[in-house]
Ligand binder design. Structure first.
Ligand code: ADP
Ligand code: MG
Length: 679
């Protein structure tokens, strides 16, 4: 007896719906994607009872003819691809031809559509119930499409039971809409919940060039988020002939034809150093305008932020990747939420580079023009001695002392500038005032040059004249706040033997002496590593042997080159035994053996999710921590001034190597609020 039969179409559609339509937000996502694909300039989304009772998406897109309207409800009916090859380079949001029939099969569904480019003044309306076509008729309507989805899952009680509270469901809807609104600032979005308007986002003019798009993104963010948080611009691209071609290839892929992206652009806004969240919630990543989840990209971000993020904190970002559609596979997830890159490691490396450069630039733009920073040769800057000469290379950052200059790969003619705005305030660490910045001409104990402000206000260009500008303007009103370490600071004292109290013309500033010192030492050390082939090391009077487990021994053997570079003299001394005969000068010899074990543990725990460079850096960071000025070591006034000056010269001064803040500000606005002088 034959037992296999083809499923009725309605059942097949419900099965597809099971994959694609999880909750009201999935319906909204599919419908809004269709509107965007239909070149809508305005999209209105309305939900009732969290989308359980009604979801209505209306657009002014190209609309559909009656034939198309009938066809679009068939499974595998799409206008977006025609051949299998098209799957290899998807340029639209949709392509599966499954959404509409799936949604229709699990709801009461009304499609009303009128073609934009047609003479017929008539719209078509199709009424469906649980996937059955109930009525097709002519209707009145403006050009565009309206989709009404009522009583989602009414015919699948089990599914309906899984829906969460109205608030949760509408939060999911709103989250998706936020992403869509960020990716398409040129589209006006209206969002109504239970008859109330939640958003009315006007269309934002977007230029074709990147500056125009960044400006548009900023404007859209301003419309979406009320509070301000300090964000840094990212604008990074690689063209065909460099990184992608020279990057290491995954050896396992040798011989396989792998499409290599012809170019990649990473742009958007990311949180300034010190701005972070406890979850990934405000980490928005887009690939060719599609909001995506991708582990590699998550790691790339963390790698990019590197030491400026505390453990367990996540970046805040709105980052767009533009990549040849042929170099990315979007057909790996039914809801198209995930993507896979053909050259995953290259993409990851470039994204992390983009982020890192933007963060470095955030501070180093000022370094170009800070000749007035007080330096006292020989005091408090021990690393300056013993540095190889001829390490000056980068003309773009002439005033940056060589021992603290960002490493060559990082000094990149970037075009970033810090700007305050964007996400709701989430993290109190270094936040600058959004009000106008004051820049008194008076000379103060710890002065940052006025030119720094000017440099910040402009986009530093390649080959920019390094000389300080003769009469630099003060900060341009409305251009945003100047980073804290660029405003003049006056030393007031130290409290709790740890916190240095300073004032600026914006308010109160506190510096964590220990964290600041750690950062300074950390960068000095990294710089040495980068400059010399091998780090300085001191021979131990009494070499020690360290015996390890077989697995640890194998692991350590692989790390020996990195360790050697760091000045750790380790060599094999038997199958599971290693001889330790040298250590970096900053490590106390008494702890030699423990040091190796700790370093090994640290390397192991960092795992493979980070690149080798980062492994080295993290390890150094940890070691540095123990050797930085102890929290309660009293420092004299000049020493403190030097500490601030040294910190100003750091590439990433706002956090210690573990991502804790080094410096905080409480501006007058906040003080006034606290003292009840203002709301
Ligand atoms: P896909 O988006 O994968 O093509 P859908 O089931 O979501 O599949 O939609 C099927 C087709 O219906 C689309 O290819 C498109 O031609 C048409 N369509 C859907 N929504 C709209 C809309 N809002 N405006 C114009 N055409 C639409
Ligand atoms: Mg679609």
């Amino acid at each position: 007896m034959n037992r296999i039969r083809l499923l009725p179409e309605q059942v097949a559609n419900q099965i597809a719906a099971g994959e694609v339509i999880e909750r009201p937000a999935s319906v909204v996502k599919e419908l809004v994607e269709n509107s965007l694909d239909a070149k809508a300039r305005r999209v209105t989304v309305e939900i009732q009872a969290g989308g359980r009772s009604l979801i209505r998406v209306s657009d002014d897109g190209i609309g559909m003819s009656r034939d198309d309207a009938l066809l679009c409800l068939e499974r595998h009916a799409t206008s977006k691809i025609t051949r299998a090859e098209d799957l290899a380079a998807i340029a639209t949001m949709g392509f599966r031809g499954e959404a509409l029939p799936s949604i229709a099969s699990v709801s009461r569904f009304i499609l009303t559509t009128r073609e934009r480019e047609s003479d017929s003044p008539e719209a078509t309306q199709i009424v469906m119930g649980a996937g059955k076509m109930l009525e097709v008729k002519a209707a009145a309507g403006a050009p565009g499409t309206i989709l009404e989805v009522r009583q989602l899952f009414f015919n699948l009680p089990a599914r309906r039971k899984f829906l969460r509270t109205e608030e949760t469901e509408s939060a999911h809807v709103q989250h998706y809409l936020t992403l869509a609104a960020l990716a398409f600032p040129e589209v006006a979005f209206n969002f109504l919940k239970d008859g109330r308007t939640v958003w009315q986002l006007p269309s934002v003019k977007t230029g074709a060039d990147n500056a125009g798009r960044l400006a548009a993104l900023r404007e859209r963010m301003r419309a979406l988020y009320s509070n301000e948080e300090e964000l840094v611009q990212v604008d990074f691209s690689v063209a065909q002939d460099n990184s992608f071609e020279t990057a290491d290839r995954d050896p396992s892929a040798a011989g396989l034809e792998r499409p290599v992206p012809s170019s990649l652009r990473v742009w958007g806004l990311i949180g300034a150093p010190g701005v972070s969240r406890a979850t990934r919630e405000d980490q928005h990543l887009f690939v060719n305008r599609r909001p995506v989840e991708n582990r590699g990209l998550n790691f790339a971000l963390l790698e990019g932020y590197h030491t400026t993020l505390m453990k367990g904190r996540y970046p805040v970002c709105c980052l767009f990747l533009e990549i040849d559609p042929a170099a990315v596979d979007v057909n790996i997830h039914p809801a198209k939420r995930e993507v896979r890159f053909h050259s995953e490691s290259e993409v990851r490396r470039l994204v992390s580079q983009a982020v890192r450069q933007a963060l470095l630039q955030f501070h180093s733009a000022k370094a170009e023009v800070t000749p007035s920073v007080r330096t006292q040769p020989g005091s408090a800057r021990p690393a300056a001695a013993g540095l190889p000469a001829g390490t000056t290379a980068q003309p773009a950052l002439p005033e940056f002392p060589s021992e603290l200059r960002p490493r060559p790969e990082d000094t990149f003619p970037a075009k970033q500038a810090g700007l305050p705005m964007g996400f709701a305030a989430r993290n109190p660490v270094p936040q600058t005032s959004a009000g106008p910045a004051f820049l008194p001409a008076s000379s103060v104990a710890i002065s940052a040059s006025d030119e720094a402000q000017a440099a910040k206000a402009e986009l530093p260009a390649k080959g920019r004249d390094p000389a300080p500008m003769p009469s630099a303007p003060t900060a341009v009103p409305g251009r945003g706040a100047v980073p804290l370490l660029e405003v003049p600071l006056r030393l007031l004292g130290v409290i709790g033997k740890l916190y240095v109290v300073l004032e600026s013309d914006r308010g109160l500033v506190l510096l964590d002496q220990h964290a600041a010192h750690e950062r300074v030492l950390f960068e000095q050390m990294l710089n040495r590593l980068e400059q010399a082939d091998h780090s300085h090391s001191q021979k131990l009077l009494l070499p020690e042997t360290v015996e390890l487990s077989a697995r640890d021994a194998i692991f350590l053997r692989e790390q020996l080159p990195v360790l050697t570079r760091l000045g750790v003299g380790l060599s094999e001394f038997g199958e599971r035994t290693f001889l330790l005969d040298a250590l970096p000068p900053f490590v106390k010899a008494g702890n030699a053996r423990r040091f190796v074990i700790e370093v090994l543990d640290e390397l192991k725990s960092t795992g493979q999710e980070v690149n080798t460079l980062r492994l080295g850096e993290q390890m150094v960071a940890k070691t540095v921590c123990r050797h930085a000025v102890k929290a309660n070591d009293p420092l004299s006034g000049p020493e403190l001034e030097n500490l601030v000056a040294d910190l100003r010269r750091c590439a990433m001064p706002y956090t210690c190597p573990h991502g804790r803040p080094t410096i905080l500000e409480m501006n007058f606005r906040e003080l006034e609020r606290k003292f009840g002088r203002s709301q």
